[in-house]
Design a protein around this ligand. Structure first.
Ligand code: SAM
Length: 259
């Protein structure tokens, strides 16, 4: 079920992902294979009024691929886990919904992203936000602690997606929900793409074929409630655009429930 081709060097992939997202944290104005920042967030559907209440520097480094917060429908006082929280746009968005009596834990493996989100949480008085260093395949959280697990543009970067969905299911209480946006493909990508660590780091090479992606969510014990395509998302470099057109690489938002 893993999308990792035999030749993908997962150690190299981790280093490339870390160095790319360190740049996204520290130099968000640079050009990447993908869009970043507030114009992207607004185009994907994030309400401007909510973005106004999130630290602007977090949104500068926003590198999500869709809007799923409507599906997540986070309530006041809830506990939320953000897998691959980056500089924190969705973490802070969730914190607006939980209020100070809730809890939002963001987990990320890139130090510069964590440091940025931590500083912004402290400066912004988001006392309900905790940023933890860790991997989305084995997040440092207790079992059954969360009402909702969220993630934006991250699962595609993992060479072991079934482990990520299993970890999300473990973290949720019974009846809890998983709401995410991610990149999937209509057709299985060829090895030339799946073995290219830089295309993985750009959120293309790791795109799992969509039927397999749904099956991986269900195999973790979830029931899929909603699956919708985000037509507003697009890649920006020619190389990325070619791969997306040829193999039907696309962004989706998903809501799934743990029975
Ligand atoms: C495309 S960015 C998205 C960040 C954030 N969700 C957003 O929307 O701006 C991917 C993030 O996932 C993190 N990441 C990728 N793979 C990871 C893994 N296996 N474990 C933990 N974090 C990971 C990267 O460090 C990066 O911050």
């Amino acid at each position: 079920m893993s999308t990792a081709a035999k030749q993908l060097d997962t150690g190299e992939l981790e280093q490339r992902v870390k160095s790319m997202y360190e740049e996204v944290a520290l130099e968000p104005d640079r050009e990447f294979h993908f869009e970043t920042g507030r114009p992207l967030a607004e185009r994907l559907g994030y309400p401007a009024g909510d973005l106004d209440r999130i630290p602007a520097a977090a949104i500068d480094s926003f590198a999500g691929v869709g809007y799923f917060q409507d599906l997540a429908a986070i309530d006041r006082g809830e506990a939320v886990l953000d897998l691959g929280s980056g500089s924190g746009t969705d973490t802070f968005f969730a914190a607006l919904r939980t209020g100070p009596e809730g809890l939002v834990v963001g987990v990320d493996m890139t130090d510069a992203q964590l440091a940025k989100a931590r500083t912004l949480a402290e400066e912004g008085g988001f006392t309900q936000v905790e940023l933890r260093a860790g991997y989305i395949e084995s997040p440092p959280v207790d079992d059954g602690q969360f009402d909702c697990v969220i993630s934006n543009g991250v699962v595609n970067l993992s060479p072991d997606k079934p482990a990520v969905f299993a970890a999300a299911a473990r973290a949720l209480r019974p009846g809890g929900r998983l709401a995410l946006s991610d990149i999937v493909s209509a057709h299985q990508l060829p090895e030339g793409v799946t073995c290219d660590a830089s295309l993985w780091a750009a959120c293309i090479g790791g795109a799992m074929q969509q039927d397999g992606y749904r099956a991986a969510i269900e195999a973790a014990g979830f029931e899929i409630d909603t699956w919708k395509e985000n037509t507003a998302y697009r890649f920006v470099s020619d190389r990325a655009d070619n791969a997306t057109q040829k193999y039907g690489v696309t962004s989706v938002s998903v809501l799934a429930r743990r029975p």
